[in-house]
Write a protein that binds this ligand. Structure first.
Ligand SMILES: Nc1nc2c(ncn2[C@@H]2O[C@H](COP(=O)(O)OP(=O)(O)O)[C@@H](O)[C@H]2O)c(=O)[nH]1
Ligand SMILES: [Mg+2]
Length: 333
């Protein structure tokens, strides 16, 4: 069975709407990256060195990252040789297959699941620079977890601007969860302390903590995060169960630099890659995986409440090659 058919079968066991979200959210990348690959395949009939050189160029333009591209193309060359593939058309499926393989290499399938305690309080700390989508993602995640039947509480830890506290409150109202806050300018660690006491006395399952993200004051920001984390660790044994770093996909290689900075300062357990719908360079997902060794747990595929989706490589590759996958599936039936 072809890779595309297998992919379609695997994904059909999941809710159709999830695949559809990835297809929708990756439209810009698909229109850019995939259409260039299609064009390449139609221009070259034979798989030769020049074909691979152009492919490399396309992948680099999609923000896949230089090292990752080199490795990927090396793998492709080997596979093409091994299967004795002559026709460039067959290469598209091999590209998709290798993308999934490379992404999943060394990780288990479930690595996108959040570490949520069955009993007791789970604390999820959000970090990242201003404007990447922390507060929005917290709102979306609260909605998701609440729908799963969890009792959720939010902590307004971005005390730098009054607007940030209000923004979280708006999400709290929209989703129907309470927000623990103090005034603008108060100590974020004190807000966390309060929020944890409230979460305990209300027997909440999950506390999601927002934080500020002024990177222009890097040293202070990192100190502030350390302090917040210490309070959480002290008050709830084993917490925070997740430290999620939010990165904006539209910032490309800059997102990788931010990630390296945060990784040095705190133990990041997962990444939320937002605004994937807003970029034509969705290859950044692979660069993050390969260069940072931190799993992408969620992706933001739009601004609506249900536009936050659990990430996995198969869904992603489906989003990239949806037209080809569907065309093969239609051929079959
Ligand atoms: N298109 C799109 N916009 C998003 C996504 N996530 C967040 N945003 C937008 O990004 C902007 C900044 O988000 P915000 O949550 O305030 O970022 P914060 O400063 O990190 O808390 C807002 O206008 C959000 O609506 C996403 O996945 N897709
Ligand atoms: Mg915010």
């Amino acid at each position: 069975m072809s890779f595309f058919k297998k992919l379609k079968e695997k994904l059909s066991s999941q809710t159709e709407s999830v695949s559809e979200k990835f297809r929708e959210g990756l439209t810009k990348t698909r229109d850019n990256f995939t259409s260039k690959v299609n064009d390449l395949v139609s221009r070259y009939r034979k798989v030769d060195e020049e074909f691979f050189e152009e492919l490399e160029e396309i992948l680099i333009q999609a923000d896949v990252g230089f090292e990752t591209v080199m490795e990927l193309v090396e793998e492709l060359k080997k596979e093409v040789k091994r299967r004795n593939i002559q026709d460039t058309k067959e290469v598209q499926a091999v590209i998709s297959e290798k993308l999934v393989e490379m992404y999943e290499n060394g990780t288990n399938d479930g690595s996108f699941h959040l570490n949520i305690q069955e009993d007791g309080l789970t604390v999820i700390l959000f970090v990242g620079v201003n404007g990447v989508g922390k507060t929005t993602t917290i709102g979306k995640l609260a909605h998701k977890l609440k729908r799963e039947g969890k009792k959720v509480l939010l902590a307004a830890g971005d005390t730098f601007r009054a607007g940030a506290i209000e923004q979280l409150e708006v999400w709290g109202e929209r989703v129907g969860v309470d927000v623990i806050k103090q005034g603008e300018g108060s100590d974020p660690a004190a807000v966390m302390y309060d929020a944890i006491q409230s979460a305990k006395s209300r027997k909440a399952d999950i506390l999601i903590c927002d934080t500020a993200g002024r990177l222009q004051n890097k040293v202070n920001l990192m100190k502030e995060l350390e302090k917040v984390k210490r309070v959480i660790e002290r008050e709830v044994p084993g917490a925070p169960q997740e430290v999620l770093l939010v990165l904006d996909a539209t910032t490309g290689q800059n997102a990788l630099i931010q990630a390296k900075t945060f990784k040095e300062a705190t133990d990041v357990s997962g990444i939320v890659l937002t605004k994937l719908d807003g970029t034509a360079k969705g290859g950044i997902v692979l660069a993050i995986r390969k260069e940072l060794h931190i799993p992408v747990k969620y992706v933001g595929l739009g601004e609506k409440m249900d536009d936050l989706q659990e990430f996995n490589a198969e869904r992603y590759v489906y989003g990239l090659f949806a037209d080809l996958v569907e065309a093969e599936a239609a051929e079959e039936s």
